[in-house]
Design a protein around this ligand. Structure first.
Ligand SMILES: Cc1cc2nc3c(=O)[nH]c(=O)nc-3n(C[C@H](O)[C@H](O)[C@H](O)COP(=O)(O)O)c2cc1C
Length: 285
């Protein structure tokens, strides 16, 4: 994660104008992919000192931000209203919540991964798809059995069919929470352009666990490529019906277990991953 602290010094009589432009910059920047935080502050005793605090997932995201149309149009307008050159510094985070913590790219990606539930319609690239599936193939499995098969579905009609059939079956359960999801207008894959069905080998007892490890690898790989993904357990309603799951191309002897929806994130939410309970640790030394 990268933090930017940009101190701006507005001309005494231009403070309000700078604030208005900076607010516009904030509103547009928080919509950008990779933007974790973009906030405007005013110094308590020196109102002309306006500070923008930014957090970006990676340097690449920050570079894209600085090349964006809104940045290029608003920054010169703001600069014209300044008293002196801004002080801009970029920082790499070394500690989290005041604790010294080990930090590296893998840990950052694991921490930043979260379920994506709004997607762009643009299809992901072939090399990105292959990298995600390859990450699944690299997962650990009991006795290195690798009892998995990955079926990529990019046929919108089939994706929608799996969703609407699953929804029909969810309604039949009579379970209120499932009925509520089934009645929502979005499909169970959140209209992602790619769905990867993970099937497990029927005669391997550890298939569900092994396939789950593969899925987690794929979700992390997707995040590392700034691609959104979500594990969709609800597709199991479709898979329970032989005649329906027969529509998923796969080798004989493999049963579809889970699906993941994959696609470019529509917009980066400013919140982090869903809250985690850390009171789950016991040490026996
Ligand atoms: C086995 C399993 C099934 C899941 N099924 C769904 C699903 O059908 N739809 C959905 O939106 N999210 C589903 N999820 C995602 C979880 O809701 C999500 O991982 C959890 O809320 C934590 O949020 P995070 O992934 O953003 O950290 C599933 C996750 C797992 C592990």
């Amino acid at each position: 994660m990268i933090k930017v602290i940009a101190k701006n010094f507005a001309k005494e009589d231009k403070v309000e104008q700078v604030i208005a432009l900076a607010k516009e910059l904030v509103a547009k920047s928080v919509q950008e992919v990779g933007c974790l935080k973009y906030e405007l502050y005013q110094e308590e005793h020196t109102p002309r000192e306006l500070v923008i605090l930014e957090e970006w997932e990676t340097k690449e995201h920050l570079d894209k931000h600085m090349a964006s149309a809104h940045f290029k149009s608003l920054i010169p307008q703001m600069s014209a209203l300044m008293d002196k050159e801004p002080e801009i510094n970029t920082y790499q985070i070394l500690t989290v919540k005041g604790e010294d913590k080990i930090e590296n790219e893998v840990l950052r990606v694991i921490r930043n991964r979260k379920s994506t539930r709004t997607y762009q319609s643009e299809q992901i690239r072939e090399d990105e798809l292959e990298a995600i599936i390859e990450a699944g193939i690299q997962a650990p499995s009991a006795n290195n059995g690798q009892p998995w098969h990955f079926t990529t579905i990019q046929n919108k009609e089939l994706i929608n069919h799996i969703s609407s059939k699953s929804k029909e079956l969810m309604i039949e359960t009579g379970v209120e929470a499932l009925i509520k999801i089934a009645k929502s207008p979005v499909n169970i894959f959140y209209d992602a352009p790619t769905v990867i069905v993970v099937s497990g080998k029927e005669d391997v007892r550890s298939a569900i666990v092994d396939c789950s490890a593969a899925i987690e690898n794929m979700l992390i790989a997707a995040e590392s490529l700034h691609i959104g993904a979500v594990w969709v357990g609800l597709a199991k309603f479709f898979f329970t019906f032989e005649e329906e799951s027969a529509k998923i191309d796969r080798p004989a002897g493999y049963k579809p277990l889970f699906a993941i929806a994959v696609g470019y994130k529509k917009k980066q939410s400013t919140s982090g991953p869903a809250a985690r309970n850390h009171e789950v640790k016991t040490y026996m030394r």
